[in-house]
Structures are given as C-alpha cells and as structure tokens.
Write a protein that binds this ligand. Structure first.
Ligand code: SAM
Length: 233
C-alpha cells in the first residue's frame, strides 16, 4: 500500500496518528526543527505544501506570514483532520498527477512524503515549472541509508545502488516506499535547474536520547535527509 490507500487505511491511520499524538516518531524532535532551520522567512510568500498530511507545516508557514498556502495530499482521512487556517487552502490530489499553474509559487515544501513517490524526476520537473524565478524547494525524506536494504530485517546498509520500491512493515504489512540514492536525487534536482543550498542529515543529540530513549537507534544511522534548493533562472 502507498499514498492515499495507505493513509486512508484505518489500521495504518490509527497507528500513525497514535505515533504523532504521543510524540513517538522523529517528527517533533528531528524533522520539524531541521525543516524549520532550512526554510526562508515565510512572510509574503506563496507556498505549496506537497503531502501536507494534517497541515502542521502549512499552518506554521501561514502563521509565519505566507500570503497563501496550497496544501495538497492524496488522503481524505488526513485532510479531514487537517488544521484550519484562513490562508491555507487544502486540495485532495495525488502528487503523481497534480497539475498547477506555472510560476504560481515562491516556495515548495514537502515533509516526509517523496519516498512514497515512484516518479521523483517527473515531480521535480513539475515543481520547477510551478515555482516563480528565484523560487525555493525544501524537502525531507527518509534517509537513503534507511530505505536502501531490500530486506530490512538485520538493519545493515545494503542494496544501496539498487533504486526502486521497497516493502516494509509499518503498522501494516507491505508499505511501499521508493529508495533513491543521494546522488540520484541531487542529479535530478540539478537537471531541473535547481542549485543546492543545503543538505542536512539530522541525528538526535545525547540529551535528546536521554529524554526520549526510542531515538537512540538514530544516533547510529541518520534517519532523515533534508535538501534545500533554489531555482536558477
Ligand atoms: C508521513 S506523512 C507526512 C505528513 C506531513 N507532511 C507532515 O510532515 O506531518 C506522509 C503524507 O504523504 C501523503 N502522500 C503519500 N503519497 C502521496 C501521493 N502520491 N500524493 C499525495 N500525498 C501523498 C500521505 O497521505 C500522508 O499525508
């Protein structure tokens, strides 16, 4: 399962929402602060949030002064519980087929979504058209050292160069994620006129692990990759 099928599945959704509500994932401690550090000031920007889920990032950008946030997600269940804000518009759509007006955004963001997409190149190409000159694209994905193994059982890095789908158990059996190497993602961005501004691999501090012992595994291998890239004219 992937995309809307996954997040609309009641068993998966119950597990995912429990993880988020109880702060047991990586989001609050690692992903949200790392993403915030890469984002430009939102004031006056037209923002596109790709795979917005329940809208936490969209809300932070709207509160930060974005003139408007178009927040897109394939899952009706996620959008049903999404936080409301007068400058956020939600749209239910699969990113694989999403079409938007050229040059209508200044900032495109995506938190922990793009490893669910098979066609990264196609989406990056469309994002490059949706952004106005000087626009920025900031995203996080599961780190390729984590997505790489074809068999996740022993936790060792393996099969790194073999890009493509991986099946994992995560609340339900057979969750499909797509593994891509770092150089392939960077190459795709460059091909579509993006220039890298930052690459981050956040890991928890010792203090964070003391407070939240479930994070200890992430000191051994980076769980997240974040990239910020600017569109060249
Ligand atoms: C891990 S959640 C992240 C949600 C949000 N970005 C956040 O950080 O809280 C992944 C989200 O991606 C969405 N998603 C996955 N594949 C998608 C696709 N092909 N098109 C649109 N949304 C998708 C899911 O529905 C889910 O809301």
């Amino acid at each position: 399962m992937k995309g809307a099928d996954l997040y609309d599945d009641p068993d998966f959704l119950a597990g995912y929402q429990r993880l988020r509500r109880e702060g047991l994932g990586l989001n609050d401690e690692l992903e949200i602060p790392a993403m915030a550090a890469l984002l430009p000031p939102a004031a006056g920007l037209r923002v596109l949030d790709l795979g917005c889920g329940e809208g936490g990032l969209a809300q932070r950008l709207a509160v930060g002064g974005a003139v408007g946030v178009l927040a897109v997600d394939a899952s009706a269940a996620m959008l049903a519980t999404a936080v409301r804000h007068p400058r956020i518009r939600y749209r239910q759509s699969d990113l694989a087929t999403l079409e938007l007006t050229p040059e209508s955004f200044d900032l495109a963001v995506s938190s922990l979504v793009l490893h669910y997409l098979e066609d990264f190149d196609g989406l990056v190409g469309r994002i490059s058209r949706w952004l106005a000159p000087g626009g920025r694209f900031v995203f996080s994905v599961e780190h390729p050292v984590v997505t790489a193994p074809l068999e996740a059982a022993d936790g060792r890095l393996d099969d790194y160069a073999d890009e493509g789908p991986r099946q994992r158990k995560w609340f339900v059996d057979e969750v499909t994620k797509y593994h891509r190497t770092v150089s392939s993602m960077v190459g795709t961005l460059r091909r579509h006129r993006f220039q890298l501004a930052a690459v981050e691999e956040p890991q928890p501090s010792e203090e964070q692990v003391r407070r939240k012992p479930h994070l200890s595994i992430h000191r051994r291998r980076p769980p997240l990759l974040l990239i910020s890239a600017g569109l060249q004219s």
